[in-house]
Design a binder for this molecule. Sequence first.
Ligand code: ADP
Ligand code: ZN
Length: 437
Amino acid sequence: MAEQKYYQKEIETMPREEMRALQSEKLVKQVKHVYENVKYYRDLMDAKGVTPDDIKSIDDIHKLPFLTKADLRDAYPYGLLGTDLKNCVRIQSTSGTTGRRVVAFYTQADVDMWEDCCARAITAVGGTNEDVCQVAYGYGLFTGGPGLNGGSHKVGCLTLPMSSGNTERQIQFMRDLHATILCCTPSYAAYIGETLKEMGLTPDDIDLKAGIFGAEPWTEEMRRDIEKSLGIKAYDIYGLTETSGPGVAFECEAQAGMHINEDHFYAEIIDPETGEVLPEGSKGELVFTSLDKEGFPLLRYRTRDICVLSRKECSCGRTLIKMSKPMGRSDDMLIIRGVNVFPSQIETVLIKEGYSPNYLIEVDRVKNNDTLDVYVELAPEQFSDTVKDLAIKEKSLAEAIKTMLGINPKVHLVAPKTITRSEGKAVRVIDKRKLHD
Ligand code: ADP
Ligand code: ZN
C-alpha cells in the first residue's frame, strides 16, 4: 500500500442523498435507543413533548431538545450514559479549558469508530503504512494522544507515542527514527519549530512532511509560520471529548476548511442567542448529534464553537460537509469596552506584523474602564533594538491592533523566552475582571 487517498472511500465520497438516507436511518434508531435508555434525555424530550415517533428522518432533528455543558455537569458522571457500564471499555475527559470537566464513556465500537475518524484524517494528509507518525499530543485522560495513536495504528503507520513535553528529545527521536507526520497542538508545533532552530538545525535536518494540529484555535498566519519553521504542510483537525475527541472533522489537501465525519456526527449551526437553526453559510454555534455512539450518545449538543458550514464542492473529491476553522468558542470571546474580541484576531495582527506567536492578553478593569494589555515576545534578533526603537515598535503594533479591533491596547514588547511555552493547549488570556466581579 503506497498512495491511498481515502481511508473509507465509499463514505467519504458518498453522494449527498445517500448520506442523508444513512443519517436518517441512524438518527431514528439512535433517538429511540436514547429515549429508552437515557432517563435524563427522555425527561428533556418529554418536557418538550417530543417522542421517538416524531423523528422519522434527519429533517426532524430540529424537534429534539438541545444538550448543553450545564446538562453535562448536572448529569455527571453517569446520567447520560447510553449503555450499561459493563459494556464500556474506556473513559476520557476534557482538558478543562473552560473550567468544567466532562467525563465521556466509550464502548469498544465507539473506540473503533473514533479511531477510524482519526485514520481518515491521517490518510487525508497523505499518511500510509510507509509513514512514521509522531504523536506529541498528551496521552492520558485528554483525547488528543489516544485518538491519533489509534488512527495511526489503523492506517498502519509506525507510531511514535511520544506524548507532549521533553522537546529536545522529541526532536532527537524525530531525526533518529525519521518521523514524517507530526501530531500535536499548533502551539506545541510552533514551540518544536523554535526549539529546532535553537538546536542549530533546519527543516532539512528532519524528514517531516505533514503535521496534524488541533485541539485549540489557530490562525492562518500561525499555519504559515509553522509550515516554514518545520518545512511541512500543516493541517487542521477538530474534535471534542463530548463527541469522542479529535477527528470529528479534518482537513484535506485543499487546506481550506475541515470535512466533518457526518456519517457519525450530524452538524447544525444555530443562533447562539435564540437557538434557531441557521441556513448553510451562516456563522453561528456548532451543534453535534452523535448518530451511532453507544457509551455517550449526545443528541444536539451545543459546542459553543463558532464557525460556518459549507457544502461547496471540494477539490479532494470528498463530499463530506465542511466547517470553517472555529475562531474560538463563545466562552473565549472577550467583551472589552463593549467590543467583541477573539484572541485569534490579535494573533493574526501579531504574526502579520512580524512577531512571534508567543503572546499573552491581559484584560482588567480600572475605575470602571476596561483595559487591554498585550504582551508580545521579541525574537532574539529583534531584542537588540534601543529603548527608543522599541517604543516606536510598540506604538506601531498598538495602532495595527486598534485598526483590527477598534479599541486601543497597550502593547508591551518583552524579552525573548519570557512568555511560557505550551506543550498542550496554550493559555492566551488572563481576564482579571473575573477576579474582581
Ligand atoms: P476542553 O473543553 O476542556 O478544552 P476538549 O479537549 O474536549 O476539552 O476540547 C474541545 C474543544 O477544543 C472544542 O470544543 C474547541 O473549542 C477546541 N478545539 C478543538 N479542535 C480545534 C481546532 N482545530 N480549532 C479550534 N478549536 C478547536
Ligand atoms: Zn476536501
